[in-house]
Design a protein around this ligand. Structure first.
Ligand code: GDP
Length: 312
């Protein structure tokens, strides 16, 4: 990529896509192409093809996806597999057909087997059964990886796949019905503090372990990998450390400044017991996450107060 390259960021309104656009701008890339959902339906193959014919992007960050937390995945399984498969197929095929020089596809750490050894190495993909709560989403993401790999093999396309761990940051989804744990807890603790509630409920047992990466770190890694990584194996992006949901809840409680109690609701699903990515491959290339979790949560809480609360 150079400063003159035409770069399409699919999903630029989302948490990941918006972070990639910010990062590209910071680095001086100016020819960034985006399209709002109302102007381009990525599940419509013809519309996507026409868009590529018109805009002729040279580089593509495929960050558009239907995403959601554990409950949304359980209640809308068809939507998660259908929309994600359609978006991947349409964008990857159009990128190939219109001679895109390089495409970076964003997957997810839930593509790995539920009982994968920890930390999870890239080669554990397809070595065991998936976590059932998000299997439709995971299978769509695995299909995306396979599309990139197959187009590379058959057509020599330089399409790569990047697997981020659990993400958080500005533009995250704070709707309790669809959000992931970190934004859900920021909002719940904040509202409990405002109302003076005695306790806050955290789903599940508190024992599952997750790793959390600030989306600005992910965006930095994506730009880095777009410039330096070219292989058919996916590459993990994470911080290399995990924590229990109970400890996360405690940390969010402190950042928000809520003084009540934390209670667990075991009737809600725990999901996969542990998800920690092995980031050895990325570290050996010289990239490391920089934003410490507490600072990242503080920044996200500030964003929530300034940008999300007024829009609620
Ligand atoms: P996952 O990593 O795909 O399981 O995604 P989530 O971020 O939705 O959930 C991570 C863990 O946090 C699971 O064990 C959830 O049960 C737990 N959790 C605790 N409270 C909440 C909450 O309010 N919302 C969500 N989404 N998860 C929660």
């Amino acid at each position: 990529m150079n400063r003159e390259s035409r770069i399409y960021v699919a999903g630029h309104r989302g948490m990941v896509g918006s972070a990639i656009v910010r990062r590209l701008r910071e680095e001086g890339f100016e020819r960034i192409v985006t399209r709002a959902r109302t102007g381009l339906d990525l599940t419509d193959a013809r519309a996507v093809d026409a868009f590529f014919a018109e805009e002729r992007p040279e580089y593509v960050f495929l960050a558009a996806a239907k995403v959601g937390g554990i409950l949304a995945n359980a209640t809308c399984p068809a939507g998660f597999i259908r929309e994600n498969l359609a978006i991947e197929l349409n964008v990857i095929e159009a990128a190939h057909r219109h001679g895109v020089k390089k495409l970076l596809f964003l997957g997810s750490s839930c593509i790995y087997p539920r009982h994968a050894p920890q930390p999870i190495k890239e080669e554990y993909l397809l070595t065991g059964a998936l976590e059932p709560t998000n299997q439709p989403y995971a299978i769509a993401k695995i299909a995306g990886i396979e599309l990139c790999r197959s187009y590379r093999r058959q057509y020599g396309a330089d399409f790569i796949s990047v697997m981020p761990t659990n993400l958080y940051g500005p533009n995250d989804d704070f709707d309790p019905r669809t959000s992931h744990v970190l934004p859900a807890l920021i909002r719940r603790f904040h509202e409990a503090k405002e109302r003076g509630d005695e306790a806050v409920v955290v789903w599940g047992s508190g024992r599952p372990r997750r790793e959390f990466l600030h989306v600005d770190d992910l965006a930095d890694a994506c730009v880095f990998l777009m410039e330096r990584y070219s292989a058919e194996e996916p590459i993990n992006v994470g911080v290399g450390k995990d924590m229990s949901i109970a400890s996360l809840a405690e940390l969010v409680r402190e950042v928000v400044g809520y003084e009540g109690e934390i209670r667990f609701d075991p009737s809600k699903p725990d999901g996969t017991p542990r998800k920690l990515l092995d980031v050895g491959r990325l570290h050996s290339m010289g990239w490391r996450a920089r934003i410490p979790l507490r600072e990242g949560i503080e920044r996200t809480y500030r964003w929530y107060l300034e940008d999300a609360v007024p829009a609620l």
